[in-house]
Ligand binder design. Sequence first.
Ligand code: GDP
Ligand code: MG
Length: 595
Amino acid sequence: MKHIRNFCIIAHIDHGKSTLADRLLEFTKTVGERDMQAQLLDDMDLERERGITIKSHAIQMNYLYKGERYTLNLIDTPGHVDFSYEVSRSIAACEGALLLVDASQGTEAQTISNLYLAMNNDLVIIPVLNKIDLPGAMPEEVKDEMVDLIGCERDDIIPASGKEGIGIEAILNAIVERIPPPTGDPDGELQALIFDSQFNSYRGIEVIFRVKNGRIRKGDKVKFMATGKEYIADEIGTLKLGQEPKDVIECGDVGYLISGIKVAKEVKVGDTITNLARPASSAIQGFEEVKPMVFAGIYPVDTSEFEELREAMEKLQLNDASLVWEPETSAALGFGFRCGFLGMLHMEIVQERLEREFDMTVITTVPSVRFEVITTKGETLQVSAPADMPDPSSIDWIEEPFIKAQIISKAEYVGAIIGLCMDKRSVFKNQLYLTADRVELQFEMPLAEVVFDFFDKLKTISRGYASLDYEFLGNRESTMVKLDIMLNGEGVDALSAIVHRDKAYEWGKKLCEKLRELLPRQQFEIAIQAAIGQKIIARETVKALRKDVLAKCYGGDISRKRKLLEKQKKGKKRMRQVGNVEIPQEAFMAVLKIN
Ligand code: GDP
Ligand code: MG
């Protein structure tokens, strides 16, 4: 154990975590030059393209320091707020963290929230000032911020550039010198923390764990304490570029376990593995079931593809245990699924994976949070689909989820940000100057407002400077109403939304206007109406198309005509016919585009 160091890298998105990890792997010759490709830890295509790390992974390096061989386990953490529970479990598997701050940006919301997580877990923090090669770097100012934030000495901060390979050796040395070796009882009962898993279609689910006490041997009978399931440790090993099978993983070390587990739900991040013959008396603290926070319907564009979509969803769930879904029927869209996601990014990722990996074309309905409806009969209903909202006469009160939002921005945008947050029904809690020019603001706000386009607006009014992080606070009473949309007198359930009463009129009006822009003109007039219950609160009209579009081609130019037809066909891919009206996908998300 004396020669093991477990660490993670915490950073705001884009501050260079993946790039720095690549350099550490190169420097320690964990990967040969031949195998080196940018951002090695982000192994899903989607992650690489979006430049984000979705799942945490672990990788082991060997490092020779003053003649002694050290094992360094780098535990990668996802950088996005949707995945904060996974971040917290990765942090719990480490004794130290590199805190990476972009020298041209300074500390951001995720830097701070992850730093607090690390400090709560008593991790040793190694401050790294990254991207010092950038012409726009402000090393002195950002160092001031870091000293204030962490309470470290100025000299503790290691200047680095992942891109140029500056400071890499200093960082590795600091990992050995400053981070303590793991503690724990090697002869005690086995307690191993599951902090990640990945799906392998041949071998089942691979569980990634950190041994806190005891040791795990190949062939051991083990038990997962939260699920109560028992398995045989068919294969265990360490993770380098690939898997390296071992006979034993000792106390303090990180490894993987394969035992033919087929169902992602059986492997819960935060669960404890123990030995069946000699079980630990308690599990490692901090286990939580992750709960979906954002819900939306997903429907195949082509109704005949429902079964295919089901198969795709089942496969997706194999390696994404946080995705939940159940079948749902919509009068407008037919058969589909109501899905629960950790957050908006998670929702986008699922949608994109369905399209790329499974070649499905899907329609996603307006995302919603989960409301708690207390009926006059005293029942509590969980409502995340507008269609499930009971009649107002049977509702006693409604509660909605609130979050604590932390926003960091340049001082000049504070006024605009406070204005935006107030408009989003927020309660202003606190304001703290990090430096003369950078402010941290705290609000309590309804999660539903964050779901509706908040992040984009925040970025716009702060010219990209503001960053956001949030945590769930709990449910609070709110007066919500269901806003319905009718097209030519016919209700389109998939366009309904649950909104706050004070905003319902404005929303209805704007939503109708937006739909008027988004609905393509057809051979007949389309009346768009917004209603609360029986009461119509807004109306717009899409005028009928005068002439056949093709008439414009005068029958002359065949290739032009064909092109036009093809273009229309393509455009149709994401359309849904409801009654006699064609509705494009954008219309189902129109509520997100309202200003
Ligand atoms: P992550 O989101 O924290 O994993 O950040 P990445 O490693 O993906 O880096 C984000 C962007 O910053 C990429 O375009 C990198 O090429 C760039 N980058 C990373 N490290 C450095 C650095 O040290 N210097 C400069 N100039 N750019 C960097
Ligand atoms: Mg990354």
